[in-house]
Design a protein around this ligand. Structure first.
Ligand SMILES: [Ca+2]
Ligand SMILES: [Ca+2]
Length: 255
């Protein structure tokens, strides 16, 4: 409160300022408090990721490993997983062709296999030539099969991290379906608008890392950011048909 030593004019001004602050601050605090309130996300807040790799991949989103191809070689499968997105969204992929680590070839060193990678998220995120790509293992060097050997280099320790600097990486090369020759599972899943990518050598480059940053949802749909959910007390979500009393026989949903 204003001090007794103030002049009347200053004191009056101080009292007005004090009263104004007491009127303004509580709503401000309430806003901050409300901003920290967050509901629990539901499956409606997730997006679906479809990923197809010739031959295998690991997928990292915002620095976290979220999916690994469950069939590393053949048959060529589509991996579909649910993601809780947060934007900007950093996507990092480690994709590998099938290859013998000594020769770079496959099928008992009788064949130089070719590769390819494609991804689509239901928020509209797709692979294309804007992604960054960097080869970390190639072979057989020069395409020679008489004395096949590989060249490789270690992945940077934090290559998948949000803060990793990929400015020295090249842009990915786009490939057609004819180039890659995807198998039926690719056609059974939604990859509309997505483009196959790899480095600039679909045959000899066997380990390729990709990175991109999706600044905002490509479909324009507003989505809440649930980052840090463990650091707040979320609002209680609406209960399901069971009224929150547990799973009803034959009706409950497995979680
Ligand atoms: Ca290959
Ligand atoms: Ca292959």
């Amino acid at each position: 409160m204003p001090s007794q030593s103030m002049t009347p004019a200053v004191r009056r001004a101080a009292i007005i300022a004090f009263l104004a602050l007491t009127a303004v601050l509580p709503p401000l605090f309430a806003q901050v408090s409300a901003a920290k309130r967050i509901r629990k996300p539901s499956m409606d807040d997730t997006i679906r990721a479809n990923v197809y790799a010739d031959n295998t991949f690991q997928l990292w989103v915002n620095g976290t490993l979220v999916a690994v191809d469950s069939i590393p070689f053949i048959p060529h499968n589509v991996i579909s997983v649910d993601l809780l997105p947060a934007y900007p969204m950093t996507i990092a992929v480690l994709a590998k062709d099938n290859f013998d680590p000594q020769t770079g070839m496959e099928y008992a060193n009788t064949n130089i296999g070719d590769a390819g990678f494609v991804l689509k998220f239901s928020d509209g995120t797709v692979t294309d030539g804007r992604w960054k790509a960097r080869c970390f293992s190639r072979g057989p060097v020069g395409g020679g099969t008489a004395n096949p050997r590989i060249e490789d280099e270690p992945l940077p320790e934090d290559w998948f991290a949000v803060a990793f600097d990929d400015s020295s990486w090249e842009r990915a090369t786009e490939y057609t379906e004819e180039d890659v020759g995807p198998k039926q599972p690719f056609y059974d899943a939604d990859f509309a608008g997505a483009t196959f990518i790899w480095s600039d050598d679909l045959k000899l480059d066997n380990v390729v890392a990709f990175r991109t940053v999706v600044e905002s949802p490509p479909d324009g749909k507003a989505r809440e950011d649930f980052t840090g959910l463990n650091d707040v007390v979320p609002e209680q979500p609406a209960r399901g048909p069971g009224g929150g009393k547990g799973r009803q026989q034959g009706k409950g949903k497995q979680r």
